[in-house]
Write a protein that binds this ligand. Structure first.
Ligand code: GAR
Length: 205
């Protein structure tokens, strides 16, 4: 047990979110996970949150079309402050975070990307699109990257990478499945190491 709070941000099926919650149950992750923020109130991640008694907050430009960047950032920051969030974990979150959130949570936001950055990244490069691009490029190896988040897509400092084999007869679905297994294994482990560092820094401040 530590006194840190993690918020997961997700837009899709939520298999990484599920793996993170499992790691919490198994004691690998020690922090509380009280909050899911999503831009898509109908996504699988929301269902997973409900089943696991995690609070869900839906924030999207569709809900707040008239706010400027600062006001829109403040909507996120109010929720993050309410839940005393120390670490933001993006797990299939398909939106760029508002810039003041990135600024306020510098080195406290991480993302997982289903390829070896800096290849196969940027706008539109998410989920299955990444695996399609990897196969089209004909590379022999792919992987996962866990990195800090800054104001540009997929450009923050890399924390962890792991190679994943590409097989002769792979299609984008079989490749996605193999890569996801690595994501589910390593994302919780990286979160567990980061929470130790954040916890140490907090107690020495
Ligand atoms: C994961 O493969 C994650 O790496 C990817 O979206 C998928 C979400 O799956 N993220 C990106 O492509 C970010 N650029 P999930 O909803 O089942 O966790």
């Amino acid at each position: 047990m530590n006194n840190l709070n993690i918020s997961v941000f997700a837009s899709g099926g939520g298999s990484n979110f599920k793996a993170i919650l499992k790691a919490k149950r198994n004691g690998i992750i020690k922090s509380n996970i009280p909050l899911l923020i999503t831009n898509n109130s109908h996504c699988g991640a929301v269902e997973i949150a409900k089943k696991n008694s995690v609070n869900v907050v839906h924030i999207s430009r569709k809900v707040y079309p008239d706010l400027d960047e600062k006001e829109y950032s403040q909507v996120f920051l109010n929720v993050l402050e309410k839940f005393k969030i120390d670490l933001i974990v993006l797990a299939g979150y398909m939106k760029l975070l508002p810039e003041y959130v990135v600024e306020r949570y510098e080195n406290r936001i991480i993302n997982i990307h289903p390829a070896l950055l800096p290849s196969f990244c940027g706008k539109g490069m998410y989920g299955i699109n990444v695996h399609r691009a990897v196969l089209e490029a004909g590379v022999k190896v792919t992987g996962i990257t866990i990195h800090y988040v800054n104001k540009e897509y997929d450009k923050g400092k890399i924390i962890f990478q792991k190679c994943v084999e590409i097989k002769e007869n792979d299609n984008e679905i079989s490749l996605q499945k193999r890569v996801l297994k690595y994501e589910h294994k390593y994302y919780p482990l990286v979160i567990a190491s980061l929470e130790k560092i954040i916890s140490y820094e907090k107690s020495n401040n």
